[in-house]
Ligand binder design. Structure first.
Ligand code: FAD
Length: 465
């Protein structure tokens, strides 16, 4: 039994900190087969229970072992319409791989890397048009084209419904396009997964902000039978401390949208300016913070600090991304919280007063609560700050939809098993329901809601509306 996982080839650190090309290069056929051969093919596979979309993991791994790569990707696609994306950004170490029996005696099987391998294998040879059911004559709207919306759309189209996506931005993909950088998730991969969904017959209208262009009532008035809302959590949270409006301080949303969606990293080929100074501080400990820090480094910053109020152990970023950031020379100041920003005479940020923290008892999030240590204040010199402390839902749809029940923080309230909202025929899932979470949980929610919408439409309830 080989206890160690086959490592994934990566760009060297010296090279990659100067470009935006993908860091992890993916397995070769032989490497994938070797890794797949480590799988024990457990009769009771716990890994499947750890996957929010319940992929038949042992079967697709066995297919890889036997070099039946086409069969492997078809097996994955029975449950997951976006495998090249999930294989790259899912927190597998917390889900399927965490449950892998091999992990007890060595490294778990690298299920995500194998998923990515077969998805890329298919992309290189051309994605096949999937099978659809007979048209049902029912029409469904999907609001938002992030992983929740794309998954719901794909599943609904496979059931035979006519699906129209409305997306506020000029590009499809949600955070996959505007948030996660090219060096973690190449945009050609996202677009080719979107093409697969178009091949299912899904119509995508970009530049269409629902709530402004049409309200949900108006969409029903246009003859749609059901609506899925997957509008995500795109509104940045701020620290609300003195000086946060100084020049040189970005929200991570603005910074990453400029870099990724508006391609500032390819300025002047793309007409999007971005200013990054010499000494950058990124506030936060999640994936968004790691992505911001690694973008700032690639854009020429001399020193990039992650400032996080808890310890490394509590940091919500994927382990792999923390390690990549460390390898690239990002510096970490754990147990540190900013108190206020300091300005120069031109209202540009020039420093940050911080305080050291210690950890107390666990709070409602289950992580140990950070407590300031009195008298431990100190100053860090910085000329750029990126605030990456979380996102909340965009209020456009709740504000314009009478009777749609929401939480105090603006998330849409749904029935957990179905994604059904307080309005008949309206379903929701992804970050707009859970708050900022993960790609795979958004996909799982889209899938669950699609099934419930299909049942709703099949029971003809839509006609009684
Ligand atoms: C920088 C960053 C890095 C991340 N890294 C990871 C990672 O490595 N792994 C992981 O699992 N998760 C990661 N996440 C989290 C993950 O991307 C999200 O949980 C996921 O994208 C949520 O999917 P969603 O479909 O609910 O929403 P989104 O992806 O946010 O998509 C929502 C879409 O709806 C559109 N929209 C909003 N309002 C309207 C409207 N009124 N009308 C029409 N369209 C509308 C938006 O423009 C957007 O395109 C990351 C998030 C960020 C920001």
């Amino acid at each position: 039994m080989i206890k160690k996982a086959i490592p994934i080839p990566k760009q060297s650190v010296e090279e990659r900190i100067h470009n935006f090309y993908e860091v992890a290069l993916g397995y070769s056929e032989d490497q994938a087969v070797m890794e797949a051969s480590r799988c024990l093919q457990c009769p009771n596979p716990f890994c499947v229970g750890g996957c929010p979309v319940e992929i038949d993991i042992p079967t697709f791994i066995q297919d890889i072992k036997e070099r039946k790569f086409d069969e492997a990707i078809m097996k994955i696609k029975e449950k997951n319409s976006l495998p090249a994306i999930a294989g790259r950004v899912c927190p597998q170490e917390e889900q399927c791989q965490k449950m892998c029996v091999m992990g007890k005696a060595g490294d778990p099987i690298t299920i995500g890397r194998l998923e990515r391998f077969v998805a890329d294998y298919e992309h290189q040879r051309g994605v096949k048009a999937p099978q659809k059911s007979r048209p049902t004559g029912k029409r469904v709207v999907v609001v938002g084209s992030g992983p929740a919306g794309l998954t719901a759309a794909a599943e609904l189209a496979k059931f035979g419904h006519e699906v129209t996506i409305f997306e506020a931005l000029h590009t499809t993909g949600g955070v996959l396009m505007y948030g996660i950088p090219e060096f973690r998730l190449p945009k050609r991969i996202v677009q080719s997964e979107v093409d697969y969904i178009k091949k299912l017959g899904v119509t995508i209208n970009t530049d269409s902000l629902i709530g402004k262009l049409y309200t949900l009532d108006e969409l029903f008035g246009h003859g749609f039978d059901a609506i899925f809302i997957g509008s995500g959590a795109g509104l940045p949270r701020f620290l609300r401390i003195h000086g946060e409006n100084l020049c040189g301080i970005y929200s991570a949303n603005e910074f990453l949208i400029r870099v990724n969606l508006m391609k500032a990293y390819r300025f002047p080929e793309y007409d999007t300016p971005i200013w990054v100074g010499k000494k950058v501080a990124v506030i936060g400990g999640g994936n968004v913070a790691m992505d911001s820090a690694r973008c700032a480094l690639r854009l020429g910053a001399e020193e990039v600090w992650i400032i996080y109020r808890r310890s490394r152990q509590e940091a919500p970023a994927r382990q792999e991304e923390l390690e990549n950031a460390e390898e690239e020379g990002i510096k970490f100041k754990f147990l540190t919280n900013p108190l206020k920003f300091l300005s120069d005479q031109y209202s540009w940020v020039r420093g940050m007063e911080c305080i050291s923290m210690q950890l107390g008892e666990p709070d409602e999030s289950g992580r140990r609560r950070p407590i300031p240590i009195e008298g431990s204040e100190f100053i860090i010199d910085v000329d750029t700050v990126i605030v990456a402390i979380g996102q909340t839902p965009n209020p456009m749809i709740p504000r314009t939809t009478k009777g749609l029940q929401t939480t105090k923080w603006g998330g849409i309230i749904v029935e957990e098993e179905t994604g059904k909202t307080s309005i008949e025929g309206v379903y929701a899932g992804g970050d707009i329901v859970s708050g900022a979470a993960t790609v795979i949980s958004a996909m799982g929610a889209g899938k669950k809601a699609a099934k419930a919408i299909h049942e709703y439409l099949s029971n003809n309830k839509a006609e009684m509306k």
